[in-house]
Design a protein around this ligand. Sequence first.
Ligand code: NAP
Ligand code: G4F
Length: 335
Amino acid sequence: MRALITGISGQDGSYLAELLLTKGYDVHGVVRRASSFNTSRLDPIYQDPHQGGQRLFLHSGDLADAVGLVNLVAAIRPDEVYHLGAQSHVRVSFDQPEYTADITGMGTLRLLEAIRAAGVETRFYQASSSEMFGAAPPPQNELTPFHPRSPYACAKVFAFHLTVNYREAYGLFAANGIMMNHESPRRGEMFVTRKISRAVARIAAGLQDEVYLGNLDARRDWGYTPDYVDAMWRVLQHEEADDFVIATGESHSVREFCEVAFAHADLDWERHVRTDPSYDRPSEVHHLLGNAAKAKRVLGWTPTVRFEELVRIMVDADVEALEAEMSGRTARIER
Ligand code: NAP
Ligand code: G4F
């Protein structure tokens, strides 16, 4: 089996690539050009192309470049396409709405058209988001109407419907995973969970004393990313293309995340957390809480890591990485 992953250098892409390699796939990933290396999450699985037996292949490409996408799909002829590439930060999408619509929304259209233009028979996974539910009251499932609250969420709603439309119009095996927030030690440093776990490590080491956050009352259904990439794979193995909410069914506030994270390092969060309204969003998503009963029933998927364990995993990883950095060792990019 041959898979193509957009966004392979991101949090989810790196875990998914590992999972597919262990399942025997050849894995092809699209990496966009940057002025310095942007593939550090792939270091544990990087394979030197000059050695034999390579199964991980990285290709230069960009979701803004339609012709490049056609050429890539035509050359690779993947059995499965996992479309994870996106401008994925909600707050940033208010500052860069047009760019977000272009990459997160139009990028999906370009990739779907590339599959059609290349004439390959493939299965397509769209990384849809619980942000699409936005202001819809919890719990949210596949029948909950979308009420997006950011340019990012609007772009994801567009991409969700395109995926359904290409399924209906062209018979493409095109499926949506509507995923609640999922986190890990590889989470981008600008998302709230990782911002907190890094701050805990640095405060415990005496390197800083405070961290500034936005809305502490927001509630999220936070899961563990390795569980969620397993769900992506299951979505594409199902006999028919369909759409699934992926969630733990448990929600917690940002404040609770702080409490558990700081307590794990024997710190009192209230002594170190400050708020700064510049991190607030013009329109907030207050409460996401998913119902993944359909994924459990149809795909046999259940989460294995719950909230408190997730927080501990993230804090421990950042403490370990900081200790390694301070002692001049190379940090392990793991878990
Ligand atoms: P992430 O860490 O921000 O990764 C995004 C990936 O997209 C990165 O590899 C990034 O490349 C790539 N990318 C950005 N702009 C691109 C462009 N113009 N052309 C090609 N690639 C581009 O996000 P993630 O957390 O792994 O999430 C994966 C996907 O799932 C995203 O679509 C996200 O919106 C969606 N999603 C995430 C969650 C969650 O909780 N994590 C929940 C629901 C849905 P660089 O490494 O060069 O930046
Ligand atoms: O960690 P966040 O930035 O994640 P958000 O906005 O929920 O989006 C993530 O999950 C979505 C799935 O639901 C994905 F589609 C999306 O790509 C991304 O992965 O913020 C979580 C909550 C928000 O309510 C935010 O207002 O935390 C609140 N928050 C409070 N202080 C903060 C901060 N968020 C960030 N990033 N930084 C803060 O200082």
